[in-house]
Ligand binder design. Structure first.
Ligand SMILES: *Cc1c(COP(=O)(O)O)cnc(C)c1O
Length: 413
């Protein structure tokens, strides 16, 4: 087993720094021997890992291809142009910026491109699945902008479109943000566009979660509707940890200047190269099949959890994401997560709309990359419910998880 899957570095790391190499191997073992149900995670390919571990990590490249502040950029320029071209073609966008270091820095740059401090922004409230960058007081967004939160319907768990429209008319925001860390349903981008147009606001789609499904044709694209689309490259999209921004040609220059030099310095060329690899992979029929299987798996998982008596928010899912309230099994999300962790099932808690207790957030991106399908989703749901109910003791559950994941190694030797 190699440490990083980047062939040029793996062996030397084992020889030179066995202490650190052991930590990396330990993490690889953890990822392969437990069940990865964190909705924001995935297993990127050995090719993506190889690009991340390449000599491009050495290169300073402030600026953009053809206009850098450093010498020696002629080769990394080709890499960045390739990443940009692949992103544009994958998503049908007029412009792509692939330099954002993360999803959060992509959102920061989008705000910087379109807003001034103090501007009013309408976004899904954090208790309903909004991200930190959508107005948390602990984040730059809440400190520098005046966020007005919209919510979801208490009964259905669906975005309250009437409330969005009313709040937009009342507050006349400079921008409306649509996108969530925990919303399991498709977002109606045409609706948000219509409201934004009515009140003269920019529409920013923060598609960090569903962008991989969009790439595979398994979810509607925000690109034709939003002025700016922010995304991550490491969630369902299965690329390296990072962000990107898509927009129309008329905003290209503002977005580029908002990323560099306004919010970032030198581009991370090894990550950009790895993004190019991931965009190339995402353009294949195999990835489209993957994206559709991710959704099929999430639907089966949601239905099987409901059969176990767990309350599934919105009654199901359109995406890779399932949010659920285990309360009917006698515990809240936080306690359930602890029991599941002991059994080797790794997932997150999430806020539940209109409830004081926490729920569970699960995703199928990683397990689907491993090759799991409908049968495994049913097995996972049964095991999860058994553990949460404390019917299956954790040592036995841990054995079952090991047995299950053993058949689906994320990085087969
Ligand atoms: C994941 C996510 C982000 C942030 O991505 P990071 O890379 O963790 O900074 C932003 N917005 C939404 C909606 C997300 O889901």
């Amino acid at each position: 087993m190699s440490v990083t899957h980047a062939p040029q570095t793996a062996d030397v790391l084992t020889r030179q720094d066995p202490e650190l190499a052991e930590i990396l191997l330990g993490e690889l073992h953890r990822q392969s021997s437990t069940l990865q149900l964190i909705a924001a995670e995935n297993f990127c390919s050995p090719a993506v890992l190889a690009a991340l571990g390449s000599a491009l990590a050495n290169k300073y490249a402030e600026g953009y291809p053809g206009a850098r502040h450093h010498g020696g950029c002629e080769i990394v320029d080709v890499a960045e142009r390739l990443a940009v071209d692949r992103a544009k073609s994958l998503f049908g966008a007029e412009h792509a910026n692939v330099q954002s270091h993360s999803g959060s820095s992509a959102v920061l740059a989008a705000y910087a491109a379109l807003l001034r401090p103090g501007d009013t922004v309408l976004a899904l409230g954090l208790p309903y699945g909004g991200h930190l960058t959508h107005g948390s007081p602990a984040n730059f967004s809440g400190r520098w902008f005046d966020f007005v939160p919209y919510g979801v319907d208490a009964e259905t768990g669906l975005i309250d479109h009437e409330q969005v429209r009313t709040l937009a008319r009342t507050h006349r925001p400079k921008a409306i943000v649509c996108g969530s860390i925990a919303y399991p349903r498709h977002i109606d981008y045409a609706f948000f566009r219509e409201v934004a147009d009515e009140v003269g606001a920019y529409l920013i789609a923060d598609a960090a979660h569903p962008i991989g499904l969009v790439a595979g044709g398994a979810a509607p694209s925000p690109v034709p509707y939003a002025d700016v689309v922010c995304a991550t490259t490491h969630k369902v999209l299965r690329g390296p940890r990072g962000g990107m921004i898509l927009c129309g040609g008329e905003l290209a220059e503002r977005v580029d200047r908002a990323v560099f030099p306004f919010t970032q310095g030198g581009a991370q060329m090894h990550t950009i190269a790895a993004k190019a690899v991931a965009f190339g992979e995402a353009a294949t029929p195999a990835f489209a099949a993957y994206a559709h299987q991710v959704v099929a798996n999430a639907r089966i998982l949601a239905a099987a959890l409901a059969d176990e008596g767990i309350v599934v928010t919105t009654g199901g899912t359109d995406t890779h994401l399932v949010t659920a309230d285990p309360a009917p099994l006698g515990v809240d999300g936080r306690a359930a997560r602890g029991r599941l962790a002991a059994a080797g099932m790794v997932l997150d808690c999430c806020a539940l709309p209109h409830a004081d207790t926490r729920g569970l957030r699960l995703g199928t991106a990683a397990v689907t990359t491993q090759g799991m399908a409908e049968k495994e989703m049913e097995r996972i749901a049964a095991l999860l419910a058994g553990v949460v109910r404390s019917e299956v003791e954790s040592v036995r559950a841990r054995e079952e998880v090991r047995d299950l994941v053993g058949g689906f190694p994320p990085y087969p030797a």
